[in-house]
Design a protein around this ligand. Structure first.
Ligand code: SF4
Length: 355
């Protein structure tokens, strides 16, 4: 298998706070293949956005710092680069679209200034940069590109500003685009247009995309693979179709159970009770235990490891670990309010472990 474009290994990003050290990202690993889209999903406070900021070393300092791990981009560890070297990676090899374009665009500069600056920083002359800026604005669906170049951010609608952000991000043909909740602030129609646009440009440029979102509907539409994050850790990862067909971790099951679905029309939506714990005080064993309907005493004694229950589907949960004592009565577990049936997996897993 070829080397992934990006391989993140045991990444740890911490924050010093008055209450202690918040371990926002606490040993996260994942990889993105060239031309593919990986989605990181989870509730707010799970560490998704801090993971994406860490890749570009944009964690707010001095409170935030990368405490360990590797970020291998085309085989080179970005954490070994100097500040200047990292500046040349940002916006050129790796670009980012942020959640709210108004906070990322400079209100005092025209759109033209902001797009061409991104290109001139990385070696294009003013004329080339302007020509490409016009082309990019048309490409992202802003047909009056010449006049848009002269406008200021406040003169554009939310959807137009997000298109401008995409144009800036794509200006230097990045190999990896990080899109952090790129459509959250937009209405559904514009959201669909922006997603289609990212996908179209991705195919055309062979770019990889890291999508950060809490929206499983968007994941289903655009992602090849999914990592589910909870309390600073990856708890499950899988190809998108497999995850949607058969989520394994109780947290993932809970996220799916709270989605509207055609076959549950007329029924109340399940809710995932409770909140993500405080990152300065993660629970010592399973971090999801307090909210988990499958929990038993071992869950609060032993730390679950990310292990493959079946081939290449890593899950961080004792339900899939035959070495953990006292796994629960499965019939009772099925009665729990979280939808799902782990019995088949457990049976297969136990058989595999017995062989
Ligand atoms: S380890 Fe236990 S508490 Fe944690 S997710 Fe699995 S079943 Fe639930």
């Amino acid at each position: 298998m070829s080397e992934p474009l990006l391989s993140v290994q045991n990444l740890k990003t911490y924050f010093k706070t008055p209450r202690g050290v918040a371990k926002a990202v606490d040993g996260v690993s994942f990889a993105i293949e060239r031309g593919k889209t990986l989605a990181i999903v989870g509730e707010s406070g799970c560490g998704k956005s801090i993971t994406s900021l860490s890749l570009l070393q944009l964690v707010p300092e001095p409170a935030g710092f990368i405490a360990g791990g590797k970020i291998l981009f085309e085989g080179k560890d970005l954490l070994d680069l100097t500040w200047e070297q990292m500046r040349s990676v940002r916006g050129k090899d790796i670009a980012m679209i942020f959640q709210e374009p108004m906070t990322s665009l400079n209100p005092t500069f025209t759109i033209g200034n902001q797009i061409t600056e991104a290109m001139q920083t990385h070696g294009k002359n003013a004329g080339e940069a302007r020509t490409r800026a016009v082309d990019l604005l048309r490409r992202v669906g802003l047909p009056n590109a010449e006049s848009t170049l002269r406008q200021y951010p406040h003169e554009l609608s939310g959807g137009m500003r997000q298109r401008v952000m995409i144009a800036i991000a794509l200006a230097n043909r990045p190999k990896l685009l990080i899109a952090d909740e790129p459509t959250t602030a937009l209405d559904v129609t514009v959201q669909a247009q922006i997603l289609a646009l990212i996908r179209e440009i991705q195919e055309e440029m062979g770019m990889s995309v890291l999508l950060i979102t809490h929206d499983l509907g968007i994941v289903a539409e655009v992602a090849d693979d999914v990592c589910v994050m909870y309390a600073g850790q990856m708890v499950e990862s899988a190809p998108t179709t497999e995850l949607f067909h058969d989520p394994k971790h109780p947290y993932t099951k809970g996220l799916f159970a709270s989605l509207p679905a055609r076959n549950r029309r007329g029924q109340d939506l399940a809710t995932l009770e409770g909140i993500v714990p405080d990152p300065t005080q993660w629970p010592v064993a399973c971090r999801f235990a307090e909210r988990c309907a499958f929990r038993w005493d071992s869950c609060e004694k032993f730390v679950p490891k990310l292990r493959p229950p079946l081939a290449d589907r890593p899950v961080r949960c004792h339900l899939y670990d035959p070495e953990i004592p006292g796994r629960p009565n499965l019939a009772a577990a099925k009665e729990a309010h979280i939808i799902g049936d782990v019995s088949t997996d457990l049976a297969r897993d136990t058989n595999a472990a017995d062989r």
